[in-house]
Design a protein around this ligand. Structure first.
Ligand code: PHE
Ligand code: ZN
Ligand code: ZN
Ligand code: ZN
Length: 295
């Protein structure tokens, strides 16, 4: 979660005010409270010395978060970026969303020590995805035109071990007529790479929305070919999907999506096992060559 920290700005009934304290703890304000108001607009307090508590369920503030970026050796004119968001919503620990993607990516990064990549692989663990893709947006906006040019492609992993999973691949070519249309040129080839992984193992897969609902959004907005995996969030599994992947039709792919119960039990070990291999497969393929994406 991105809620820790000593200094915060609260906006209550649209009135901003600076407070100092830790979420969930009582603290005493040492400044006059001018900007904290009740829902009816009346001032809650206007003098110093008031004891207050910031509750996570009413927190609508700001905190500082970080992206964590690590890069292998290899050609830095042809960088393969692979990312997963590290934060969760405040409601819960975020094990499927997105401990699943961030831990799988960490394992792949560690395994990269065994190979000598041709292209540099830049692993990114994004902060504050849940606050509207803040970390990944900041990163892409921070790049110069030349640095953007040096990125061959972006791979995204957000929710890859859902308990009631389907093996979804971002629909970069729009051939499934899902989402907002095809991604930047090269995205279709990335989709094919993931499809080849599943096909070679006789595992069924399905296209899913490629409209920007995770950290690949800022990358496709910048014209960088992108792709990734997903095993489902609040969407409801259909009877047809149950017949293909098992699980339970009529309930969500992740019944604990954005809830306190997104804990260590909220995973399919099968989905996580398959998809961590898929992540390794795609990262390693592109570490060695990106000709199918960029020519
Ligand atoms: N970005 C969403 C979240 O973190 C999950 C999601 C990922 C939804 C990919 C759709 C596609 O909550
Ligand atoms: Zn989420
Ligand atoms: Zn997520
Ligand atoms: Zn497709």
């Amino acid at each position: 979660a991105y809620n820790a920290g000593a200094s915060a700005v609260i906006i209550y009934n649209n009135a901003p005010g600076v407070i100092n304290g830790t979420l969930g703890n009582d603290f005493t304000l040492d400044i006059p409270v001018l900007a904290v108001t009740q829902a009816d607009g009346a001032a809650l307090a206007s003098t110093a010395g008031l004891t207050m508590r910031v509750q996570t369920d009413t927190f609508r503030g700001q905190a500082t978060t970080s992206n964590v970026i690590a890069q292998t050796s290899g050609n830095t004119d042809n960088v393969v970026v692979a990312g997963a968001h590290l934060d969760s919503v405040n409601a819960g620990p975020g094990i499927n969303d997105n401990g699943s993607g961030s831990s799988s990516l960490l394992e792949v990064a560690e395994q990269m020590a065994k190979v000598k990549p041709v292209n540099a692989v830049r692993f990114a663990w994004w902060g504050a995805e849940e606050a509207s893709l803040v970390g990944s947006t900041y990163y892409v906006n921070s790049l110069t035109a030349e640095e953007k040019e040096q990125i061959a492609l972006y791979l995204n992993f957000d929710m890859v071990g859902s308990p009631n999973y389907v093996f979804f691949v971002y629909d970069g070519d729009d051939s499934d007529a899902i989402g907002a249309g095809p991604g930047p040129a090269g995205s279709a080839e990335i989709e094919k790479t993931f499809e080849a992984f599943y096909s070679q193992r006789g595992i069924p897969f399905k296209g899913t929305d490629f409209s920007g609902r995770s950290d690949y959004g800022p990358f496709i907005a910048a014209g960088i070919p992108s792709g990734g995996l997903f095993t489902g969030a609040e969407g409801i599994k259909t009877a047809e999907e149950e017949s293909i992947w098992g699980g339970t039709a009529g309930i969500a792919y992740d019944p604990c999506y954005h809830q306190a119960c997104d804990d260590i039990d909220n995973l399919s070990s099968k989905a996580l096992d398959v998809n961590s291999d898929a992540i390794g497969f795609a990262v390693l393929q592109y570490a060695m060559s990106t000709v199918d994406v960029n020519g």
